[in-house]
Ligand binder design. Structure first.
Ligand code: F3S
Length: 66
């Protein structure tokens, strides 16, 4: 599995994470990432999670493989 966290201080609302992987990354009503800390993503969605994390120009997303 993989754990995803978004640094809310770094997120600027670019929304690229949700555009690339809408099934994993949710946005709040203002377009900022709205994820629980250490959100668990199953192995079947690992690539999508990493693609969404890599799409963030602010490097606000941390993805840790376990
Ligand atoms: Fe925020 Fe980066 Fe997504 S700035 S909305 S975490 S692409």
């Amino acid at each position: 599995m993989i754990r995803i966290s978004v640094d809310r201080d770094k997120c600027m609302g670019h929304a690229r994470c949700a555009m690339v992987s809408p099934d994993i990354f949710q946005l709040d009503e203002n377009g900022y990432a709205d994820m629980p800390d250490d959100a668990v993503v199953p192995d079947g969605q690992r690539v999508r999670a990493l693609e969404g994390a890599a799409a963030c120009p602010e490097r606000a997303i941390t993805a840790v493989c376990e």
